[in-house]
Design a protein around this ligand. Sequence first.
Ligand SMILES: [Zn+2]
Length: 327
Amino acid sequence: MINKIAKDIYMIKIPLPENPLKNLNSYMIRGTERNLLIDTGFNTEICYDALSDGIKETGIDMNNTDIFLTHLHSDHAGLCDRIASPNSKIYMSRVDSQYIKTFFNINYFENLETFFYTLGFSKEEVADNIKNNPIVKYAPPIETEYTEIEDGYTIDLGNRMLKTVLTPGHTPGHMCLYIENEKLLFSGDHIIFDITPNITQWKGFYNALGQYIDSLNTIKNMPVELTFSAHRSPTGNCKERIDELLNHHETRLAEAYNIVKQYPGLSPYDIAAKMTWSIRAKDWKAFPVVQKWFATGEASAHLDYLEDKGEIKSSNIDGQIKYWTIE
Ligand SMILES: [Zn+2]
């Protein structure tokens, strides 16, 4: 199903069944030189059918179309290789593309086993997550070639110029796309209007939450009148949403700090179990392991931030990270 949301811009709604994100908003921009497809969906048949039907409905030919991926996550990148024509460039930030090359090899999750264990997961939960995590299951082929781009890179469609804005946080190299003369922003997963973008800990990417907050301020300082985001309802008031997201993380930081203060010496997994989550599960034990993985990653990102600020400290005790407040 497609919606024309602006002159020569279509939104293609891609369903993400059994996923709390519910749908991916993919965007197709008709240019006079080239067309541009922004984000693609998981590498599954359901997503492929929705995307290819949507593209057909726009009447646009992939032979004249390039693809821009806001970031490396499989619900955005999954279908890029399948939907591309031999003439299509697949743009991705150099940072995320290099991250895939460095870390997302066959042994990615095997290598992460120890990492999960240090966060407090049991061996059984680590094995379950490796098997069921959609980031691995629905990823594009590892050998996909990306056209690596930097912050401020311009994609010229003939009738429109789109400029990349590097917004690290949700992933190490997340990028938004900005059309200056229309004050129009494609915000990807950096700004989502009715759910909070997941911020997690990444190997080799320091203080993800601190970087995310800086990236929210980058966008806050830009003139934006129209925003199109990648999940759920596509648009809303960008500046108000940024303030809500900044407040949300302030509240979460206070919550994490108070848990560490009240229960010194817990692992990120146990701290996550004590935080409040808006997921339909009776209690922490009933969380599907993939959701525990997201929650623990989110807790870790907040703990990293607090540690960077000098409010808490961590220690590795028998292979697991534990936290204490600094009085
Ligand atoms: Zn994402």
